[in-house]
Structures are given as structure tokens and as C-alpha cells.
Design a protein around this ligand. Structure first.
Ligand code: NAG
Ligand code: NAG
Length: 788
């Protein structure tokens, strides 16, 4: 408006102007600066100016120029800004009049204001922002804001610069109105993943001197496009997990990255195996890629798993990888013991290294966990031998003896080498069968047994016993009497042995006076095949019984007539009249004899020596004493009960032999008689010998018969009827030599030649009944007896 007004004033003044001057000044001059010497230029004097009251006339309210009348010059009254005054109008001038009065005159003055470069190009905003997708194609255009420079001409905006120029180029279009459109053109594709934000500086430069510029920051945010697939950090992952790990155990975590942003980089993980069981065993956390167990794993079933994994972003781009999970063995399987073959019984004579049992071991674990060692309890005579491939055989390694151990429980224990180790065991029961390797053994190395004579035949004496360590038939002992002879007679006629029980029985009645002891062997034999045996000596000692009364040898008792002992009347006190001589075939106490005077004509005259049987006078013989004295002496043994015999001793008290003869006519013996006696004695001996032999035959026959009878009796288990020889039926009360043979004794004391008298056998029974008695008799006959 102001510009138009100025223009209008100028047109008016042009019509009435007298003089006209024009000045040119640059803008922005300091106050009071000289614009021009107006007085001089108009040809006016300063007086006129003062008198004419010269003044500046302008319609503008602002007065930039003042008139100094005294000096006649125009001065800058106010700072002049061309841009404010004229904007982009050019040229820019101030038009005013100088008016004078008295007379009125006016002059037009034009002050042209020239531009100086006092304005830089400026942008309206210091910064602008763009959001450009990274998928924007090259050649895409982006309009930029223009810069403004208030100056004009060369001082006005000349050109733009854009830096850096990597992705974008600047393109300036000149519009028809002279303005310039500025565009930014994409030259190289953007990549958000490389550079998410790009800062550019747009500079606008003018042409002034000095040159001025303005800048604007262009901030480009690159928008993401799903142009990147997820990428796993590895193509193959490896993990190990121990078998039987609990469900929920994290096996591994896989990671994929996506260079994109936001939902374009949101990755979900999944397992893509389809054919195998992997999806039943593992699960993946789709958010964080953690692979966990969801089922039990068994190394013995499968040793590793190959898991195919996929990572997808939300834009549907994917990547895949493999996760190989190796299972680690855990010692979770015991060794298995399989008995392939075994024998339940083995003979005790089995050779060393006899195979008893074969065993196979299996352990499903692997490595150390599947390495198995087997052993057995050490104290058995067996050993475990390892052969290849987990086969073992149990063999004997020392000799077996059923008698020490008849059964073995062999525990085979197998352990693997895992930590902790697992083991299992099996117990084999093995019986040892018997072999007849032990002979029966008697309880003692020899036996001695006692039996009292006159026993009943069949009496059991005692028992031998042998033990056999073997078993059953091999230990079944039989007792056998070994053949031998005792005094020329087979021992079997003395004793018998019960085969089963070992009881020894007397076969006959023993007579101590015939046999005092004997010995034999008993064999013990087992039932094995071949049988084994051992033997033992048994000694039987026969004990004496008082079964024989004393026998008086002297004085000889003859029927009726008696031999008398002489005692001279002059005999002193203690005169030895005679000596009663007796023997007892028993022994010990049973044969210890004592002598007592039982009856006497005159008890005061004689005594009998208790021990020696000597008859002595105990006082002086007087004339009053009868010639014929008769003494009865009893001889007793010391047995229990005691047995005795009596003898009558005739004593003649005389001064001379004829007197005796007259008294004892019986005693008279002539020589002829003696000669005849000798003959008869020889004859008698012959007869007796014949009788003896006959009797012997008879007795043996009878004995054998009886023995058989007693055997039958014994075996029939009937009560044994005591058997007594007939002579025991006597009563002992009589004290006489009943049933005892009357016999003569060879007297060597009295006569130089042997004049034996033999008596007849008292009873035929004796010979028939007892051979022993007869033998005794014969022995006695031939035994030289020393009477004194
Ligand atoms: C072996 O074992 C069996 C059964 O357990 C038992 O009856 C027997 O006495 C055992 N034998 C030995 C010798 O230990
Ligand atoms: C009896 O045993 C002994 C060894 O004790 C032996 O030497 C002898 O031959 C055996 N006798 C018989 C008849 O068997």
C-alpha cells in the first residue's frame, strides 16, 4: 500500500514539479549520514531555505530523511531497511517534496535505496521430518520447503545444497513465477536394517558478498519392511541330556534373529519333525526357543534325536536348523544273569575243572555301565571262569568231599562298573553225590570184653561198632567174624557176630579153667561197590567163677581102710603129724584155701594150720591118749559163696610100729600086693584112656547138637533157658567131694617110683556132660604136684 502511495505521490509531483533531484543511497546508513547537498543541487541559497521555511513534505508517516536548512543538506533521519520499505520491489526509492514558502515553490526529490546483503536465506522451520519406507523405489521424490531471502538481486537466494548425498539427490525446478521448487530424489534404496534414521542438511546459499546461507535439517526415519527372514545363530545345535531326565528339563535353547523391526521381527519357534516320535518327546517354547523334555527318554531305546526346528516371523519368512540331542547313558539297567545250563548234582570224585554251570550275562547299558564282572563267594571249591562275550562257567577248582560238605549254595554276583554300580546275583544249589571213599572205622582200635565163665550160650557179650562217613548204601556197615582158630577150634564155635548190629554173642558156655582169654578179628564192611572194610581185634577175657571146690590131694581117701599117720608118744608139743594138701582149680580168691579142724577125737591134742594145712600136736602126748585118733579137716576156698571139702585123717599114737599094725590091720600091705597093684594100675590106665577117647567122640557129637539147638533157640528170639551142667545141681551143703572124680595122686614124696592110684570115675555122667572136666582130670593126672 505504502509502495502504491509513494508511486501515486510521485505521479502527482511529476505534474507540478519545478526542479527535480535524485539521490542513491544504500540502505542501513547510520543516522545523520549525508544523503545529498540539496541546496547546491537545486541552486538555492541557504537564506532562501531558511526564509522560505523549506520543509519536506511526504505522505508517509515515517520520515527517513530530514532537511538541514542551515547546511542545505539532506540527512538520514532514521535507519532505512530496504526490505521493510520495499520488500521484493526493486528498485526501491523514497519520493518526497521540498516545499518553500514566499513564494511557494516545491521540488521533487527521489532517494533511491540500494540493497545490501543483509539477509541470509532462511527456512521457515529448522527441521523437517520424513518417514520413508525402506522399500521405497529409486526415483521417488520428496518435496522440500523452500528457503526465503529478503534481499534482492544477487543478494537473493541463488542455490541449494544437500549433504550427505548418499541416498538422495537434490532437484530444483524453476517455476514460472520465478520461484524454485526443491525436491529430494531417492537415488539408492534405503535399508532400515543398515540405517534407521538418516539426517541430511539442506543449505540455501545467496549470491551476496559476503555470501550468506541458511540450513535446514532433514530427518528421515526409514520405515521397516519385512525384508529379512529370521536367521538361526547356528545351523546345527548340539545338546546332551542324560536319559531318564525329568520332564521339563531344558535340553537346549535355540535363537534366531530377525533384522526387521516390530512384528516383522517377532519370531515363533516350532518343531517340524513329522515322521518320528520327536514331537512326543520334545517341545519347544515358541517364544524363547527353549527345548524341553515332555516324555521319558531311554538310552537303550534311542541314543540320539534329530530335531528339525523352524523359526518364522510374522511376515511368514522362516529359517530352519537342526538340534541334535545325544542321550547320555545312565546306569539304570542291572546286569541280567541267564543260566544256560547247570547240573544240580555232582559226584564228589569229579575231576578238577569240571564245568558245573554255564552263565551268560547281559547289561543293556553301555560303556562302563555295561561292563560286568562276576564273582562268587570265596569259600567254595569252585571258581568262576570268564570266557569271551560275557560267558562264564562255574568249574570245580579243588577236590570235593561229600563228607565235609554235601551241598553248596553258590551265590554268583555280577556288578557293572557304573557309578553307582548295579548288581544282581543268583544262588545255585549244588548237591554232592556220594562215592564210596570212606571205609568203616571202628570206634576203638581194639576191644577187650569180659565174660564170666559158665555163661549161657547165646549171651551177648558186647557190641562193636564202626561208623562210615559215606552215605546211604555206602555207609551201611555189616560186621563179619574173621576166620581164625582158638586152640585149634574155629573161632566161630566160640562167638558169633550179628552182621547188622555188631553184637558179639557167646556161642558156648566158657570155662575159665579151660580157657582164660582168646582173641579174634571182626571186619566191618560197607555196602559200597566195591565195598571198603576195616577190621579190629577183639579180646575176650573170661572171668573166673567159684565153680570148683577144693580137692584134697593128701591124705588120700580110700574107702574103708585108712592109712594112719604115726605120732610117737614121745613127740613134743608142735610135732608135725602130717600136712593136708588140697588144690582148687579155680583161681584167685576162689583158689585161696584155708584149713580148719572140724571134728577130732581129742580136740585138745591137735591143731590144723589155717593157711598151710599142717597138723601139729598142741600138747605132750600122754599114755592116756588113745592110740587111734580120727581128725576131720575141712578145706574151704575163699570164693563167694565158698566151696569146701573135708578129709578124714587117721592118726595112730604109738610107741612102736607093731602096735600100730595090731591096731590098724588094714594098713598091712605086703610086697606081692604092691606088685599086683602096679599091674592093675597100668591096666586101669589103658581102660580109662579108651573110655576117654570114646567119650570124647560122644561129647563132641552131643555138643554140636546142642550148639545147633541153642542157635535155633537164639535166632527164634525165644527166652534163653539157662543151661547148667548137671553137676551144678548139687547142693553144696554136704561139703564132700560128691561128683568129683575119685582119683589117685602121684606121690613123689613118699616113694622113689611113681606109684599112682587111680580111682574109678565116680559117675558116667561126668564124662558125658563135660569135656572140660575130663580134660581137667587128665591134666591133673599129669601135673606134677609138689606137695610140700
Ligand atoms: C542252601 O540253601 C537252601 C535253601 O535256602 C537251604 O535250605 C540250605 O540249608 C542251604 N545250604 C547250605 C549248605 O547253606
Ligand atoms: C586188618 O587190618 C589191618 C590194618 O588195620 C590190615 O593190615 C589187615 O590186612 C586186615 N586184615 C584182614 C584180614 O583184612
Amino acid at each position: 500500500m505504502k509502495g502504491q502511495a509513494l508511486l501515486f505521490i510521485s505521479l502527482l509531483s511529476l505534474g507540478s514539479v519545478v526542479g527535480q533531484v535524485s539521490y542513491t543511497i544504500p540502505e542501513e546508513m547510520a543516522k545523520g549520514s549525508l544523503v545529498g547537498n540539496i541546496a547546491q543541487d537545486l541552486g538555492l541559497e541557504t537564506k532562501r531555505l531558511i526564509s522560505g521555511k523549506a520543509r519536506i513534505y511526504t505522505r508517509d508517516s515515517d520520515e527517513y530523511i530530514e532537511l538541514n536548512r542551515e547546511r542545505g543538506v539532506l540527512l538520514v533521519k532514521e535507519r532505512i531497511d530496504r526490505e521493510a520499505l520495499c520488500r521484493q520491489t526493486s528498485p526501491c526509492a523514497l519520493h518526497f517534496q521540498i516545499i518553500l514558502e514566499n513564494p511557494m515553490e516545491f521540488y521533487s526529490v527521489t532517494v533511491q535505496i540500494t540493497d545490501i546483503n543483509d539477509n541470509a536465506p532462511t527456512f521457515e522451520e529448522g527441521q523437517i521430518e520424513f518417514k520413508i519406507s525402506e522399500s521405497a523405489i529409486t526415483g521417488a521424490k520428496f518435496v522440500l520447503e523452500r528457503a526465503v531471502d529478503l534481499d534482492v538481486g544477487t543478494n537473493d537466494l541463488q542455490r541449494y545444497e544437500l549433504k550427505p548425498s548418499d541416498n538422495f539427490a537434490l532437484k530444483v525446478h524453476n517455476n514460472a513465477d520465478g520461484n524454485k521448487n526443491v525436491e529430494m530424489v531417492l537415488q539408492k534404496p534405503l535399508d532400515r536394517e543398515k540405517q534407521e534414521q538418516i539426517s541430511l542438511v539442506l543449505t540455501a546459499v545467496d549470491g551476496g558478498e559476503p555470501q550468506m546461507s541458511g540450513t535446514m535439517l532433514i530427518v528421515i526415519t526409514v520405515l521397516d519392511v519385512n525384508d529379512n527372514a529370521p536367521v538361526f545363530t547356528q545351523t546345527t545345535y548340539k545338546a546332551t541330556v542324560t536319559e531318564n531326565s525329568p520332564k521339563g528339563t531344558v535340553v537346549a535353547a535355540v535363537t534366531a534373529t530377525d533384522a526387521d523391526q516390530g512384528s516383522n521381527s517377532k519370531i515363533t519357534y516350532s518343531i517340524t519333525n513329522t515322521l518320528d516320535d520327536v514331537r512326543k518327546v520334545f517341545k519347544i517354547n515358541k517364544e524363547n526357543g527353549e527345548v524341553t523334555l515332555i516324555a521319558n527318554t531311554d538310552f537303550e531305546e534311542s541314543r540320539n534325536f534329530q530335531i528339525n526346528l523352524r523359526a518364522s516371523d510374522e511376515g511368514g519368512l522362516t529359517d530352519s536348523c537342526k538340534l541334535i540331542v545325544d542321550l547320555q547313558d545312565v546306569n539304570d539297567n542291572k546286569p541280567e544273569i541267564n543260566i544256560m545250563s547247570k547240573s544240580n548234582v555232582i559226584s564228589e570224585d569229579a575231576k578238577l575243572n569240571t564245568v558245573v554251570t554255564m552263565i551268560n550275562i547281559e547289561d543293556l547299558d553301555s560303556g562302563e555301565n555295561g561292563n560286568v564282572k562276576c564273582f562268587i563267594s570265596e569259600s567254595v571249591p569252585f571258581t568262576l571262569k570268564a570266557s569271551s562275550n560275557n560267558f562264564y562257567s562255574l568249574v570245580t577248582d579243588s577236590e570235593l568231599d561229600r563228607e565235609t560238605a554235601s551241598e553248596y549254595n553258590i551265590t554268583v554276583t555280577c556288578s557293572d562298573e557304573g557309578v553307582p554300580s548295579l548288581s544282581s546275583s543268583v544262588t545255585l544249589t549244588l548237591k554232592i553225590s556220594d562215592v564210596n571213599d570212606n571205609a568203616p572205622v571202628f570206634e576203638r582200635s581194639s576191644y577187650e570184653a569180659y565174660i564170666v565163665e559158665n555163661n549161657t550160650p547165646g549171651l551177648s557179650i558186647f557190641t562193636v561198632r564202626a561208623r562210615d562217613a559215606d552215605w546211604n548204601q555206602n555207609a551201611r556197615v555189616s560186621y563179619i567174624l574173621e576166620d581164625s582158630s582158638v586152640n585149634g577150634v574155629p573161632v566161630s564155635s566160640y562167638v558169633s557176630v550179628s552182621a547188622d548190629s555188631g553184637v558179639i554173642h557167646a556161642v558156648r558156655s566158657f570155662d575159665y579153667e579151660q580157657i582164660k582169654d582168646f582173641q579174634f578179628r571182626v571186619k566191618a564192611q560197607d555196602g559200597g561197590s566195591p565195598p571198603l572194610s576195616s577190621n579190629v581185634t577183639v579180646k575176650i577175657l573170661i572171668q573166673d567163677q567159684n565153680d570148683n571146690p577144693p580137692q584134697v590131694l593128701y591124705p588120700v581117701q580110700t574107702g574103708g581102710s585108712l592109712v594112719a599117720e604115726m605120732v610117737p608118744r614121745s613127740a613134743d608139743v608142735g610135732y608135725l603129724v602130717t600136712k593136708v594138701v588140697a588144690v582148687d582149680v579155680d583161681s584167685g580168691q576162689n583158689a585161696w584155701l584155708s584149713y580148719k579142724l572140724q571134728k577130732a577125737t581129742d580136740r585138745a591134742l591137735f591143731e590144723v594150720g589155717l593157711q598151710n594145712g599142717e597138723i601139729r600136736t598142741i600138747r605132750q602126748v600122754t599114755d592116756k591118749d588113745a592110740v587111734k585118733q580120727r581128725l576131720t579137716v575141712i578145706v574151704e576156698d575163699n570164693g563167694q559163696p565158698s566151696r569146701s571139702a573135708t578129709v578124714i585123717v587117721n592118726v595112730a599114737v604109738t610107741d612102736s610100729f607093731p602096735e600100730v599094725l595090731s591096731e590098724f590091720t588094714d594098713f598091712t600091705q605086703d610086697k606081692e600086693y604092691n606088685d599086683n597093684l602096679t599091674f592093675y594100675l597100668v591096666l586101669a590106665l589103658a581102660v580109662v584112656s579108651f573110655l576117654f577117647i570114646t567119650c570124647l567122640v560122644v561129647i563132641i557129637s552131643v555138643k554140636i547138637y546142642r550148639w545147633r539147638q541153642s542157635r535155633i533157640l537164639y535166632h527164634s528170639n525165644l527166652p534163653v533157658i539157662p543151661y547148667y551142667p548137671p553137676r551144678y545141681s548139687d547142693t553144696l551143703g554136704t561139703g564132700t567131694l560128691q561128683h568129683v572124680y575119685n582119683y589117685e595122686v602121684c606121690r613123689t614124696t613118699d616113694s622113689r617110683k611113681s606109684d599112682c592110684k587111680f580111682g574109678r570115675a565116680g559117675s558116667q555122667n561126668v564124662l558125658e556132660d563135660n569135656l572140660g572136666d575130663l580134660l581137667n582130670f587128665l591134666l591133673l593126672l599129669c601135673r606134677p604136684i609138689n606137695v610140700f
